[in-house]
Write a protein of this length. Sequence first.
Length: 528
Amino acid sequence: MRGSLTVVCRTAEAGPRPAALLATFREVADEIVVAADSRSDPATRADVAAVADRVLVYPYLEPQNRTLPWLFAQCRSDWAFVIDDDEVPSLALLDALPGLLADDSVFHCSFPVRWLFPDTATYLDDWPWRPHWAARLLRTDGRLIRFGDQTHRPILAGGPGRYLQLPLWHLDTALRPFEERIAKARRYERARPGMRIGGRSFNYAFYVPELRGKPPVAPVPADERAHVDAVLRAGPQGGPPRAKVETVSRDEIDRFWPVTDPDRQAGRLELIDRPPELFAAEARTLDVRIHNTGEGVWPWGADGVPEVRIGSRWYDATGRELPELQIHTELGASLPPGSEEVLPVHVRAPATAGRYRVEVELIQQHVRWFGGTDGCDVVVRRARRIAIVGDDDTVADIAVLLETFPELEFVRLRRTPSRTPSGYPEAPDGRAYLFDDARPGRLAFGATLLWRSLRLRAGPTPAAARELVGTLRDCDLLVVAGLDGPQQRRERWALGVTERTARSLGVRVAVTANPDELLQLLRENPGA
């Protein structure tokens, strides 16, 4: 069953051309809503009033996307299609719309914006103008649509969506003279400076293609060009108005606009979980009760505006912050002013044992921390780690140790560790350090091997062996097992170097995979 559709359009002109482009939707749209800039000529509003169901005159205020949340709130349909007054929907898009409105599997659809240049016969056929995707068909469910204050990214759509090769024809670079477009680029650059795309300034790259010299263009299909030209040639609509022209106030619009002013954000936090101890490098969550005592809604997820997060921070015994442990947790649901919510907040304990303090605090991303701090003192315990040299079966046999010591962490030593292991963490076993780039020839290779082995004992630790030494230093035990078969001499040498390095660091070595023997060794060192 086809969903209903509201077409929404913001216009600064409200004349024959916007009326003509909106008329192309009339057969499929259940409702057309136009937001007309109050600076537009009142006489021309009759054109859009002859086509639209509602014409709402609003007072303009930067940023230009300020009206979008309010305009979406006016929609009475299942879907909304957003069109600018300097665009024309392609015939292909209009033909496909009824089918798209019947698709229950998606919540938004994006379409390629084709920038016509230098006239309606061709469009810019190179990055950044192609591909230029824009989410324009969206379900009106407020839980899935959010709005931002970014100049070129006003709508943030959630849920599954599609990217469809059904273009929107963009008129700006075909209709406006160079001087007007470069003035627009300057205005946008002041509003959002520093944006880059394709190695160029975002605003100048898009709106002033002449700065590229002769950018590549592609022909517009004949039927599509005739369709665009018909919209551009349209005269006054005439006839009785379909819509009543209404006036809305700034307060009505701003009631839907995200509150981004840092001075209007306020809140407090209560740490519900106060763990007395954690293991070194342990990642977990702490339940925190969040109170929004400010003036604006705090949105959920990564893209909401304002970007309010709950940050976790660690301090050592001297009060020095450990910035590398800072984590920012997003809200799971929007939090209106005067509301509270419980949220699991992510923390990661320091890698070194000792006494620390963990604190949670509210932060507006890229702006400032704004208080609500709560925290607790935590003792971080050294993790019990076992380094293992052995095959998969050996590691599986040794895993029985977890039945007695579930806090154990296994680290597999391999020649080439996987950086995304499917099971236990992995680290280098020393062979790469010893053998890689060694000089060829028996005597030269042997000399290199001996020199590199001695350097591990004499120090300082060579850079290529730091990960191996660091891993062994953090372990209680090195288990060497599952290697009883025939081995090359160099492999036996490397294994011996690994064992000697572990012992030099005070790490016990067990050349066995017998769980009973390993349990005995671990019981002899309960505090390790």
